[in-house]
Design a protein around this ligand. Structure first.
Ligand code: ACO
Length: 424
């Protein structure tokens, strides 16, 4: 079997054979036969925008791997900080490399006092924490002017450390502000996730020691959310980064993409849906109404996964461990019933609709005490590692500026008409 396609321009009869390389055909080759004819592909449904070696995703078979390592193994045996190193460097760190990495990140968790006192304090009292995060990340570029030196390896490394380290501090600061609580400084005796929980929940105690089960659960959730190849926010990061903007500005664009309910907001929609259903007895009628076309089953279905999302399986286990500490989220029984009914129903089976990562993650976050508004923020913290890994890869590949074409469907040329001659 020849691994190629042949295209024919029926206007001229000219033909061109293009090799299929790792599941892709080169659009540059296509252009040789058809200059000025563009692939029309809104939302990039059938376009590979880059050649990436970071994350492997097979949606048909429910497989997710970071740098070749199955997500199940990483979630079981690794930590978020190690996974962040792996995504960025391509290899797991040695013990010595990891010590340096952890120390560097721990010592960059503080934010400039002006970011907190003058910038974050300037928001309206009921500001959404995700809106605050988007703006604060962009504002960091004004504090680190060396961030513009994106081709200087030392500067690039420094900004990566700063971004990964400061995200939890900014996230917790945004939450504390939105509920009128005083800012909590990072505690560098704690590890990454414990420190974040301390900045979130500490009140008057001199040292906050979070429950280790909850710290581990958060670490697992952070690993599961660290990367997911060319999703909407990662694409935003690569597109903005391709203009050679500094990484804070590019990261702010990625955060903004994640703010949208179609991307980072789905787990919040799940909680709202389960609350609206209200009881296990009401589940069959709700599923029926979804089948009749009244809304969607939130947390079900995925553009790429046509099988059980492997992350959802891991999260389901983590949920049991968290509920053993926090008490069961009362919405869990409704979620389990919903999953049971949907997975046995031909409507969902025939459309290959399975629970995705967001079906259970919101239940865990809610049981841990996070308000719904923090859900996209909790997604942005770990996804920063993935965004940065893609940013570095894109720069190292010497990518051109992202600049798609369009199919023009507007007016033909026409002449300007002065306002008094335009009629009503
Ligand atoms: N509930 C009910 N029906 C659904 C659902 C759902 N959750 N998802 C898809 N369908 C149906 C559609 O109605 C359509 O049916 P039809 O062929 O009879 O018209 C069919 O399945 C295909 O749906 P599309 O919208 O074409 O699938 P697409 O790949 O564009 O959408 C998406 C994927 C957006 C995730 C969709 O499944 C959805 O809206 N799910 C609910 C929201 C959600 O959970 N989002 C989180 C995604 S994970 C993440 O971003 C981290």
């Amino acid at each position: 079997m020849t691994e190629s396609i042949t295209i024919t321009d029926n206007r001229s009869g000219n033909q061109l054979e293009i090799p299929i390389v790792r599941g892709g055909v080169s659009a540059a080759e296509w252009q040789k036969l058809l200059p000025g004819v563009w692939f029309y592909d809104p939302a990039f449904m059938a376009t590979a925008a880059c050649d990436s070696a970071i994350t492997y995703l097979d949606g048909e078979n429910g497989i997710l791997r970071y740098r070749g390592y199955p997500i199940e193994e990483l979630a079981e045996r690794s930590t978020y900080l190690e996974v962040a190193y792996l995504l960025l460097h391509g290899e797991l760190p040695t013990a010595e490399q990891f010590d340096t990495w952890r120390r560097d990140i721990t010592y960059h968790t503080f934010i400039h006092e002006n970011v907190r006192k003058r910038f974050l304090d300037g928001f309206h009292y009921d500001a959404h924490p995700m809106g605050m995060l988007v703006s604060a990340v962009a504002a960091l570029s004004t504090f680190y002017l060396d961030a513009k030196d994106i081709f200087d390896p030392d500067s690039r490394h420094k900004q990566i450390i700063r971004l990964i380290a400061k995200m939890p501090t900014l996230a917790a600061a945004a939450h504390r502000f939105s509920v009128g609580m005083p800012f909590v400084y990072p505690d560098n005796t704690l590890d990454f996730c414990a420190n974040f929980l301390s900045m979130m929940w500490k009140v008057a105690e001199p040292h906050f020691e979070p429950d280790p089960v909850l710290v581990r659960a958060l670490d697992i959730l952070f690993m599961l959310h660290a990367d997911h190849e060319q999703n909407c926010s990662t694409t935003a990061m690569r597109v903005v980064g391709s203009s050679h903007a500094d990484p804070y500005s590019a990261c702010a664009a990625a955060c903004a993409a994640l703010y949208g309910p179609r991307h980072g907001g789905a787990n919040e929609a799940v909680i709202r849906m389960l609350t609206e259903i209200g009881s296990v007895d009401a589940v069959p009628a709700f599923v029926e109404s979804v089948k009749q076309g009244h809304g969607r089953l939130q947390g079900f279905g995925h553009r790429v996964y046509k099988n059980y999302d492997p992350r959802a399986k891991i999260i389901k286990r983590t949920a049991d461990e968290v509920f053993a500490v926090t008490g069961k989220n009362p919405l869990l029984d409704i979620a389990l019933k919903l999953e049971e009914i949907a997975l046995a129903d031909d409507y969902f089976i025939s459309r290959k609709l399975y629970p995705n990562v967001d079906f259970y993650s919101g239940l865990i976050y809610q049981a841990m005490g996070f308000p719904l508004e923090m859900f996209p923020v909790l997604f942005a913290i770990p996804r920063t590692a993935g965004w940065l890994a893609h940013w570095v890869e894109m720069l190292d590949q010497d990518s051109k500026i992202a600049r798609p074409r369009q199919v023009y469907g507007g007016s033909e040329q026409r002449s300007y008409v002065p306002v008094h001659e335009r009629g009503r």
